[in-house]
Write a protein that binds this ligand. Structure first.
Ligand code: ADP
Ligand code: ADP
Length: 228
């Protein structure tokens, strides 16, 4: 579903963020990218939805080299969840979630119905939380809205950048469990960035362990745990 072919990303200032990276993610697979800060995880992820373009090499999504795909069309098929959820502060939770369906041409009432279903899916009560504004939610609830919004267009691919990083350990534990349950039903192809090896092991079908600009190990949780 996602394939990196000898991908290098060099920023204009000369920093090589990703160096000759090749790996594949199968359909419905959840791959965690783990490693210390600055080793190229976010750069890798942003090349999938063309927020960043490679300097060399190709990134393939669903059989197409993304360099030839219109970024707007691409992002419609790729949900994106970030730590600072990027919710619109002056719109209610329901309207935040309804934005994507509405912009893709759904009638407002239908977009809101869909938003309510999505909030329910991520464990929020649309009748209670839907009319609140983002700053009237807890951190954990905001992250759930971020996930609901990313799922709005029912994209086959999800990119998640430290999605559970901003909440306390108890809430994180619950969000991880909920996300695993959700993923078991949805089978999205997921790339999830984290600096937390425990999270990577817990969530990933496979784990990409990064060193500086490179994947040093790409394997199942059991094999990563068993490594010397
Ligand atoms: P990670 O997500 O693992 O923390 P990043 O992909 O954000 O790593 O960054 C990889 C490297 O690229 C780091 O050295 C970072 O400082 C550098 N980098 C990231 N974005 C830019 C940029 N826009 N310009 C120059 N260097 C950058
Ligand atoms: P979670 O475990 O999902 O992060 P919390 O335990 O932090 O949730 O929050 C518990 C309750 O407090 C929730 O119903 C939430 O809506 C409410 N709450 C948290 N922060 C705020 C806030 N700033 N304004 C209004 N309600 C809040």
């Amino acid at each position: 579903m996602i394939r990196f072919d000898s991908v290098t990303k060099r920023y204009p200032d000369g920093t090589t963020a990703v160096d000759d990276l090749s790996f594949e993610v199968g359909e419905g697979e959840l791959v965690t990218l783990v490693g210390p800060s600055g080793c190229g995880k976010t750069t890798t992820m942003m090349m999938v939805n063309r927020l960043i373009d490679p300097t060399h090499g190709q990134v393939w999504v669903d059989g197409a080299d993304v360099a030839g795909v219109d970024p707007v069309a691409l992002r419609r098929r790729i949900g994106y969840v970030i730590q600072q959820t990027g919710l619109f502060p002056h719109r209610t939770v329901l309207d935040n979630t309804a934005t994507v369906p509405f912009l893709s041409g759904w009638k407002k009432a239908r977009a809101r119905e869909r938003a309510a279903e999505l909030l329910d899916l991520v464990g929020l009560d649309p009748a209670v939380h839907g009319s609140r504004y983002p700053d009237q939610l807890s951190g954990g609830q905001r992250q759930r809205v971020g996930v609901a919004r990313a799922l709005a267009a029912d994209p086959p691919v999800l990119l998640m950048d430290e999605p559970f990083g901003a909440v306390d350990p108890v809430v994180r534990d619950r969000l991880q469990k909920e996300f695993l349950r959700l993923q078991a039903g949805l089978h999205k192809t997921v790339l999830l960035v984290t600096h937390d090896i425990e999270e990577a092991i817990r969530l990933g079908d496979r784990i990409a362990v990064y060193g500086a600009g490179r994947i040093e190990q790409y394997d199942t949780p059991a094999s990563v745990l068993g490594a010397p």
